[in-house]
Structures are given as structure tokens and as C-alpha cells.
Design a protein around this ligand. Structure first.
Ligand code: FMN
Length: 192
């Protein structure tokens, strides 16, 4: 069975550095037969600004967000695929708001029973990949932390490529000529 990979590109830039990393990763993964879907989170139509803690998702059996907008089917797909890739530029030492808007709505992919102290999620056993770039070489470790911790919390495997000194949007191939092969190789590895 080909691996199913869902990529969330959280950059607002169409031809930017995040788009390049996503393209390289996808090339590698598709080369090995993976089924890759790319979602540009900055261009989804949202009814709310991120998770509004309505907790509707905790009152139903399904792993489904209670807000019926463009993010809802994307979240449902996260529960189905083998690999979720989060791709983002470093914005003030964290992920972009455009990625965070949907990231927090992953709340709907968990069921907590606080009395019993239990948590269930369909994310267990999947892989979370983080692709991130920055102009400088300060702060990508801070950006990585919430993704690594979320993976650990969810029983997911975690991989990341953090591209420091990647320049302004569109400069990554020139500034970091080593990266194309590295990111493609991760795509290949993840698809196998
Ligand atoms: C709002 C904003 C905040 C940024 N903050 C940082 C930062 O804290 N550190 C850094 O090194 N680069 C920062 N950058 C630069 C981008 O992270 C970097 O150029 C990235 O590779 C751009 O990716 P993109 O082309 O996909 O948008 C920032 C850029 C913007 C627009």
C-alpha cells in the first residue's frame, strides 16, 4: 500500500522557502509511490480564528471538529493518513499563525476522559514531520519544541529538517544548496 502523506504548508508565500521544502519532500515521496496531498493553510476559509474551545468535538464519538469550514475535512484527513507534514517559516521564534490556526484545531483528534485520566487519538503510530526555515540561525529549536512534544504526547514518530540561514522567501535553493537532497531524501525515507 502506498503511504498516504498530508502536507500542511503554513506559509503565506506561494513561491517561498517553505514551498520549496514542500516541493522537494513531495518529489522524494512521490518517487517512491506515496500518495501526497498538499494543503496551503493560509488560503483555507475559516469560520473562526483557530480553535475556540467550544469542546463540541469532545461530545461526539467521531474525531471531528465542530466548526464546519475548510479546516474540518483537512483535520479528518489527518486522522486517516500515515504521515502528517507540517511546513512553516519561522515567525518570531515560532510557527506561522497560518499553521497554528489549524494546528490547535487538532484538539478534535483527541478524546480526553479527565476523570479516568485517559486520552485516545487516531494519531497513534503515525509520523509527524516538521519542515521549517528561517533567515537566521536563532530560534528554530524553539519552533520545533511544540511539534516534537505533540508527537511524543500522541504516540507519533517525529522527524524534522530545520533550515537555518535560508534567506528571504525564494532564496533557499541559493542560500542552502545542501538542502534539496536532504529534504528529498527524507521524503524518500518517509515514503518507504
Ligand atoms: C513575520 C515574519 C517573521 C519572521 N521572523 C523570523 C525570525 O524570528 N527569525 C528568522 O530567522 N527569520 C524570520 N523571518 C524570516 C523567515 O522565517 C524566512 O525567510 C523563511 O525562510 C521564509 O519562508 P517562506 O518564504 O516560506 O515564507 C520572518 C519573516 C516574517 C515575514
Amino acid at each position: 500500500m502506498p503511504k498516504k502523506i498530508l502536507i500542511l504548508n503554513g506559509s503565506p508565500k506561494t513561491d517561498g522557502n517553505t514551498a520549496a521544502m514542500v516541493e522537494w519532500f513531495s518529489q522524494g515521496a512521490r518517487e517512491k509511490g506515496a500518495d501526497v496531498e498538499i494543503v496551503r493553510t493560509a488560503y483555507l476559509k475559516y469560520k473562526t480564528l483557530g480553535c475556540i474551545s467550544c469542546r463540541k468535538c469532545q461530545t461526539i464519538d467521531k474525531y471531528e471538529c465542530g466548526i464546519d469550514d475548510d479546516a474540518k475535512p483537512v483535520l479528518a484527513k489527518m486522522a486517516e493518513v500515515d504521515v502528517i507534514v507540517m511546513a512553516t517559516p519561522l515567525y518570531f521564534f515560532g510557527a506561522s499563525a497560518q499553521l497554528k490556526l489549524i494546528f490547535d484545531r487538532m484538539f478534535s483528534l483527541y478524546k480526553w476522559d479527565n476523570d479516568a485520566g485517559t486520552m485516545q487519538t487516531p494519531l497513534i503510530g503515525k509520523t509527524l514531520v516538521l519542515l521549517a526555515s528561517a533567515f537566521e540561525d536563532v530560534g528554530l529549536d524553539a519552533l520545533e519544541k511544540p511539534f516534537a512534544l505533540t508527537a511524543e504526547y500522541s504516540g507519533m514518530k517525529f522527524e524534522s529538517i530545520l533550515a537555518a540561514n535560508a534567506g528571504e522567501s525564494g532564496e533557499i535553493a541559493k542560500k542552502r544548496p545542501d538542502l534539496r537532497e536532504k529534504v528529498m531524501s527524507l521524503g524518500i525515507k518517509i515514503a518507504l
